[in-house]
Design a protein around this ligand. Sequence first.
Ligand SMILES: Nc1ncnc2c1ncn2[C@@H]1O[C@H](COP(=O)(O)OP(=O)(O)OP(=O)(O)O)[C@@H](O)[C@H]1O
Length: 116
Amino acid sequence: MGKFLKSFIYAWEGIKDGFRQGRNMKSHGLSAVIVLIAGCFTGLSQIEWMIIFIVIAGVMALELMNTAVEYVVDLVTTEFHPLAKKAKDIAAGSVFVFAIASAIIGCIIFFPKWFG
Ligand SMILES: Nc1ncnc2c1ncn2[C@@H]1O[C@H](COP(=O)(O)OP(=O)(O)OP(=O)(O)O)[C@@H](O)[C@H]1O
């Protein structure tokens, strides 16, 4: 099997594992489906769809990285450690920052169409 195909399969396994392990990943997935359905009913321009896809992919990619950080920290220590706490909290914070920005972007795109 080609090296490229192998790395694609490993990445896919990682995405599946991220969805299985991270309960936040499932709620991001559900939110994404709701936003996509809302987008279909509302009617978005090409650029608005592009922004929506970038934002959805960004949240999910960051959540996957957050899950990866959790795995690595748990691999290093299962004991309480202030650095383990910092690493996990900062990784979770990165998802939160992007999720807040995504919610604001969603409001900017959808609200004028619904209430404008
Ligand atoms: N080894 C540790 N040392 C110190 N604090 C930790 C440690 N493991 C977890 N924590 C603290 O507990 C919080 C929750 O960690 P946990 O690994 O349970 O992730 P989680 O928030 O349940 O993630 P998910 O829901 O995505 O699985 C962390 O953000 C961190 O503050």
